[in-house]
Design a protein around this ligand. Structure first.
Ligand code: ADP
Ligand code: 5GP
Length: 202
């Protein structure tokens, strides 16, 4: 894994890497429903020292999702204010909602030497690739598209329209898998978890 540094008071400047010190940044991407959240939950249980970034989103909470734990749920206006204040490390629109990574907690964690994981979609991953070229970029792929669709549906949390948007976007995401440092196929969860550990810890 690589080390990166960002300015902790970079509320308005672009999050430019400065020197190779302290913390480590890992990007985890892959189509909706592939199992990123499930893998990260298990990874966190084994490695509680890993810090997961909590994103801001304009999406409505799913059943069981807690503000400040799964996401910071924001109105469009609140999200736009964060963008204008330069408070996001990256952000993108996905399936009709905005998602972004709050910059300050990442800067603080990196400053402390923490390993920070950003679970984000493709456009955000590309932005981080520009601002943090040393960050490790990992892509989670499904064994096949039928399994992906079955998993999205099994989650049972989205409307048919939302599922259709996510499936359409998954084609774009899968076509970009080659951009990432490591591609892990989430077929057996245990195998994928083990590969994820190897990708992060070497
Ligand atoms: P993502 O965070 O990528 O959108 P989730 O973690 O929410 O995806 O997983 C989507 C659904 O797929 C969940 O119901 C989850 O339990 C299931 N799932 C994840 N990984 C596997 C796996 N390896 N085998 C079978 N089901 C899985
Ligand atoms: P979901 O609505 O299923 O939680 O997330 C939809 C997509 O948004 C997923 O691909 C997820 O990785 C991505 N996402 C979550 N948080 C962020 C973020 O902060 N920035 C970006 N660019 N994408 C995010």
């Amino acid at each position: 894994m690589v080390s990166v540094s960002i300015s902790p008071d970079s509320a308005t400047d672009s999050a430019t890497p400065t020197s190779v010190v302290s913390g480590q940044l890992v990007v985890l991407a892959g189509p909706s429903g592939v199992g990123k959240g499930t893998l990260l939950q298990q990874l966190r249980q084994k490695h509680p020292e890993l810090q997961l970034s909590i994103s801001a989103t304009t999406r409505q909470p799913r059943a069981g999702e807690v503000h400040g734990q799964h996401y910071y749920f924001k109105s469009r206006e609140q999200f736009q204010a964060m963008v204008e204040a330069g408070a996001l490390l990256e952000w993108a629109e996905f399936a009709g909602n905005c998602y972004g990574t709050p910059k300050a907690p990442i800067a603080a964690a990196i400053e402390k030497g923490a390993q920070v994981i950003l679970e984000i979609e493709l456009l955000g991953a590309r932005q981080v690739r520009q601002s943090f070229p040393l960050a490790k970029q990992i892509f989670i792929a499904p064994p096949n598209v039928e399994t992906l669709e079955a998993r999205i549906r099994a989650r049972g949390q989205e409307s048919e329209a939302a599922i259709a948007k996510r499936l359409a976007q998954s084609k774009v995401e899968l076509a970009a898998a080659h951009e990432f440092d490591t591609v892990i196929v989430n077929d057996s969860l245990a195998t994928a978890l083990s590969e994820l550990e190897t990708a992060i810890f070497g």
